[in-house]
Design a binder for this molecule. Structure first.
Ligand code: G16
Length: 541
C-alpha cells in the first residue's frame, strides 16, 4: 500500500459554519473537495501522527464513501488507530462519548444534522476535539486558513475497509477498530438515569411514540427504550436509518415532525411523544395535547434535575444560547446558580462544561445536553423527561402548568425565512445595525424598546471574544426579538427571527397570539417583508 501525494489547489467557500462545513452533497463529491477539507483539518490540528481518532456519521448518502476517504487520509497522516462505528454509523452524542471514553485525540463526524440528505441533499463534516466537543472558533478559523493555502494532500492507496464486521483490521500500519455504535452510549445512559423507575413507568402502561425520522437514532432508541426499558414494541417509528431519511427533513420540530404532532394532538395520543434529528443530537418533546418548546424544556429539566441520579447533587450552573428564551434564567435564579448566555452553536458550551461552571445547557434550536458529553443529546433529553415523569408520576401538561405557575411563562417562537437572497438578508441586518443606537426609548406598536445591541460574547474561561452573534432588541416587560442569519444553511441565506414575551400570569394562550405585538414590532423595526420579499415565514416553530 502506497501513500500518494496529490497536487490540489484551494477551493472557495470551505469555511466551517455554526457546526462544521455543510454543503450540497454533489459539492462534497466534487474533485478534491472532501480531501482538501480533511487535509486542512489535519493541518489545523497539528497533524494526526501517532493519534487515535473516532470516525462515524449519521448514515446519510455518501457517508460510507466519505469514511473510506477519511480512513485512508488518517492512515497517510500516520494515525495509529481509528475507531469507527459499524456500517459507518455513530450519532453525534455517541461519537462525543467515544472520543472521551477512549481518550482519543478527536473525531470526524460526517453529518449535515437536520438538513435533508441524498444525492441532491446536504452533506457535512465536522471535527470534534479531545474533550468530545465541536472544534472551537479558533480551530475552525485555522481550518479555513488551511483550505486557502492548500497545495497537496496525502492519501493511502488501498481497498475499502470492511465497515460491517465488528473487530480490528489494519489499513497500512493503522488499526481500524469497528465498534458497536450503540453499546457504549446505552451504558452511559444507564449510568445517568434511573432505568428502574422508567421501566416501572412503562410496566404500568405508560405509552410512548418516538419518531427517529429515518435517521441515526433509530437503533439507539430501539435498544434503549424498547429493549432495555420495556416500551411497547413499535413505540419507535421510522427507526431504520436511510441514506435519504425517507426523503424527509430530519428536523424534529412541529413542521417536519408533523405526523407525530398530529398524533399527539389527537384523540389517540400516547402519554409522551419525542423525535430526534439526522445525527441524533436534537430533540422534540411533546406531551398529550401539548408541545414543549426547547427553551421551556431546558427550564423544566433544570427545575426538576435532582430527581435524576446523575444530577441529584444539584446543578453547577446552566448555559443557554442567546436566542433561547430566558425561562431557564428564572430557574437558575431560584436555584441560586449561574446562568450563562452564549452565542448560537454548541461549541460555545465546551469551555463552560470543561471548567465545571455549568451542568446543563440548551438551545432554542431543539438542543439540550449536559456534562456527560460535549454535544447536545437528543435521546438523553428524552430519557431525562421520562425519568422526571417516572419520579413525579404526572403528565407533561401537568408538569408544564406547574412550572409556569411557579416561574411565569416565556412565550416563545422562531420564524424562519429560508433560502432568501443573501443581499436582502445582509441589507436587513445592516439596516438594523444602523438604527441600534436610536432604538432605546422608542415606542413600536404598544411596546417600548428598552435596549438594543448586537450580541458579542466574551468567553469567561479562555477570554476569547466572538462578535456579530445576532441583533437583539429588548422591550419593557421582558419581551424581546432577536434577528440572526443561520450558519448551517447551504442555499442563499436564512433569516431567523426569535420572538419572546414574558407573561407572569396567563399560561395557556396560543404562542402566536401572545407574541402578536412582538411580531408586529419586529416587522416595523426590520422591514422583513420588504427585505425578504416574503409575506410570511417559511417555518414557524
Ligand atoms: C447546529 C449547532 C447548534 C445551533 C444550530 C442552529 O445544530 O450545533 O448549536 O443551535 O446549528 O444553527 P443556525 O441557526 O446557525 O442554523 P445542528 O443540530 O445543525 O448541528
Amino acid at each position: 500500500m502506497n501513500i500518494v501525494t496529490v497536487n490540489t489547489q484551494p477551493i472557495d467557500g470551505q469555511k466551517p459554519g455554526t457546526s462544521g462545513l455543510r454543503k450540497r452533497t454533489p459539492v462534497f463529491q466534487g474533485r478534491h473537495y472532501l480531501e482538501n477539507f480533511i487535509q486542512a483539518i489535519w493541518t489545523a490540528v497539528g497533524g494526526v501522527e501517532g493519534r487515535t481518532l473516532v470516525v462515524g456519521g449519521d448514515g446519510r448518502y455518501f457517508n460510507t464513501q466519505a469514511i473510506q476517504v477519511v480512513l485512508r487520509m488518517a492512515a497517510a497522516g500516520g494515525a495509529t488507530r481509528v475507531i469507527v462505528g459499524q456500517d459507518g454509523i455513530l450519532s453525534t452524542p455517541a461519537a462525543s462519548h467515544l472520543i472521551r471514553k477512549r481518550k482519543a485525540f478527536g473525531g470526524i463526524i460526517l453529518s449535515a444534522s437536520h438538513n435533508p440528505g441524498g444525492p441532491d441533499g446536504d452533506f457535512g463534516v465536522k471535527f470534534n476535539a479531545s474533550n468530545g466537543g465541536p472544534a472551537p472558533e479558533s480551530l475552525t478559523a485555522k481550518m479555513f486558513e488551511a483550505t486557502k493555502a492548500i497545495t497537496e494532500y496525502r492519501i493511502l492507496e488501498a481497498h475499502d475497509v470492511d465497515l460491517s464486521t465488528l473487530g480490528e483490521q489494519s489499513l497500512g500500519t493503522m488499526a481500524v477498530e469497528v465498534v458497536d455504535p450503540v453499546a457504549d452510549y446505552a451504558e452511559l445512559m444507564e449510568s445517568l438515569f434511573d432505568f428502574e423507575a422508567i421501566a416501572s413507568l412503562f410496566a404500568d402502561g405508560f405509552t410512548l411514540r418516538f419518531d427517529a425520522m429515518h435517521a441515526v437514532t433509530g437503533p439507539y432508541a430501539r435498544a434503549i427504550l424498547e429493549d432495555r426499558l420495556g416500551a411497547a414494541r413499535g413505540s419507535v417509528v421510522n427507526g431504520t436509518p436511510l441514506p435519504d431519511f425517507g426523503q424527509g427533513h430530519p428536523d424534529p420540530n412541529p413542521i417536519w415532525a408533523r405526523d407525530l404532532m398530529d398524533l399527539m394532538m389527537g384523540p389517540d395520543a400516547p402519554d409522551f411523544g419525542a423525535a430526534s434529528d439526522g445525527d441524533g443530537d436534537r430533540n422534540m418533546i411533546v406531551g398529550r395535547g401539548i408541545y414543549v418548546t426547547p427553551s421551556d424544556s431546558l427550564a423544566a429539566l433544570a427545575a426538576n434535575a435532582t430527581v435524576v441520579p446523575a444530577y441529584a447533587g444539584g446543578l453547577k450552573g446552566i448555559a443557554r444560547s442567546m436566542p433561547t428564551s430566558a425561562a431557564a434564567d428564572r430557574v437558575a435564579e431560584k436555584l441560586g446558580i449561574a446562568c450563562y448566555e452564549t452565542p448560537t452553536g454548541w461549541k460555545f458550551f465546551g469551555n463552560l462544561l470543561d471548567a465545571g461552571r455549568v451542568t446543563i445547557c440548551g438551545e432554542e434550536s431543539a438542543g439540550t445536553g449536559s456534562d456527560h458529553v460535549r454535544e447536545k443529546d437528543g435521546l438523553w433529553a428524552v430519557l431525562f423527561w421520562l425519568n422526571i415523569l417516572a419520579a413525579k408520576r404526572i403528565s407533561v401538561a401537568e408538569l408544564m402548568e406547574e412550572h409556569w405557575r411557579t416561574y411565569g411563562r416565556n412565550y416563545y417562537s422562531r420564524h424562519d425565512y429560508e433560502g432568501i437572497p443573501t443581499e436582502g438578508a445582509n441589507a436587513l441586518m445592516d439596516g438594523l445595525r444602523a438604527k441600534l443606537a436610536d432604538l432605546p426609548g422608542t415606542k413600536v406598536g404598544g411596546l417600548v424598546v428598552s435596549q438594543a445591541d448586537e450580541f458579542a460574547y466574551d468567553d469567561p474561561v479562555d477570554g476569547s471574544r466572538s462578535e456579530g452573534q445576532g441583533i437583539r432588541i429588548h422591550f419593557d416587560g421582558g419581551a424581546r426579538v432577536v434577528f440572526r442569519l443561520s450558519g448551517t444553511g447551504t442555499e442563499g441565506a436564512t433569516l431567523r427571527v426569535y420572538l419572546e414575551f414574558f407573561d407572569p400570569v396567563t399560561m395557556t394562550m396560543d404562542a402566536q397570539v401572545a407574541l402578536a405585538p412582538v411580531i408586529a414590532a419586529a416587522e416595523a423595526i426590520a422591514g422583513i417583508k420588504a427585505h425578504t420579499g416574503r409575506d410570511a415565514p417559511d417555518v414557524i416553530t
